[in-house]
Design a protein around this ligand. Structure first.
Ligand code: BEZ
Ligand code: FE
Length: 274
């Protein structure tokens, strides 16, 4: 077939996939091609605009290395990460809701004993965190692994402080026989996502701010249960309703205490593994 037109090109591109193409890949690629073509038709995209888009994606790739993932940041800020998460982890009963992983999770965090401090040497309002890990029927889960990480009261993660090598403001804990784990930390501040690259540029051009409300990240894993990747957000933060990555859920907003020394409590409830 030759002489393709606006009217028949899309169908031909989809039809070119070979017989041996994996069925799921065929489904995803057919849909992607149809949606990309529909976008071009709907916007009447000009060659100059198309080239700008290519240059933007090229620049986004150039910003990626083992410390910076600009494509995930693009997905996060365009709401795609939270949409994928909403489909993979629909809200169910009273189990803990999930939210974005974000770029600041690190492997091999410090191991923290219950009662320990995950933010040694960091100035700021101290907060006692006292949580439990429960199954959906309310039974305590012993030996759950909890990774926790957060920004400082100045709004910076450890990887953004100094040479970025030291691990701080993070830790790995285990729940005790009553499902409880507890530690001391500092109040996490709101912060702008890294906005010195192409994603920051496009946010500014779209008239959007780069801020996330203050939060503590948790990744909770326990045998026989579905893991949950989530945050607890600081009640009262001014960015709760305009989080740049659309990650806030009402059930995850918590009081961190208004006294000199704060207190955060929460019960994580995990779904049973399928
Ligand atoms: C974070 O909360 O650490 C985060 C999430 C998505 C994009 C940037 C930062
Ligand atoms: Fe964060």
């Amino acid at each position: 077939m030759r002489n393709f037109t606006e009217a028949n090109l899309t169908a031909e591109v989809v039809a070119r996939m070979g017989k041996d193409c994996d069925p799921r890949l065929r489904e995803v690629m057919s849909s992607l091609i149809r949606h990309m073509h529909a976008f071009v038709r709907e916007t009447r995209l000009t060659p100059e605009e198309w080239l700008k888009g290519i240059q933007f994606l090229t620049e986004t790739g150039k910003w990626c290395d083992d410390k910076r993932q600009e494509f995930i940041l693009l997905s996060d800020t365009m709401g795609v990460s939270m949409l994928v998460d909403a489909i993979a982890n629909p809200t169910a009963g009273n189990t803990t809701e999930s939210t974005v992983l974000g770029p600041f999770f690190r492997e091999n965090p410090p191991i923290i004993k219950n009662g320990g401090d995950i933010s040694p040497g960091i100035a700021g309002k101290r907060v006692d965190v006292d949580c439990r890990v429960l199954s959906e029927d309310g039974k305590p889960i012993e030996g759950a692994q909890i990774d926790c990480w957060q920004a400082s009261p100045e709004g910076g993660y450890d990887s953004q402080i100094g040479d970025g090598e030291a691990h701080n403001l993070r830790g790995r804990l285990k729940s005790d026989a009553s499902g409880r784990f507890w530690f001391e930390t500092v109040l996490p501040a709101c912060y702008p996502i890294p906005d010195d690259g192409p994603v920051g540029d496009v946010l500014r051009k779209m008239g959007r701010h780069p801020w996330r409300p203050g939060h503590l990240h948790f990744w909770v894993q326990a045998p026989g249960h579905r893991q949950v990747i989530t945050h607890l957000f600081v009640r009262g933060d001014k960015y709760l309703d305009s989080d740049v990555v659309f990650g806030v859920k009402e059930s995850l907003i918590r009081d961190f205490g208004d006294q000199d020394r704060g207190k955060l409590t929460y019960d994580f409830r995990l779904k049973k593994a399928a």
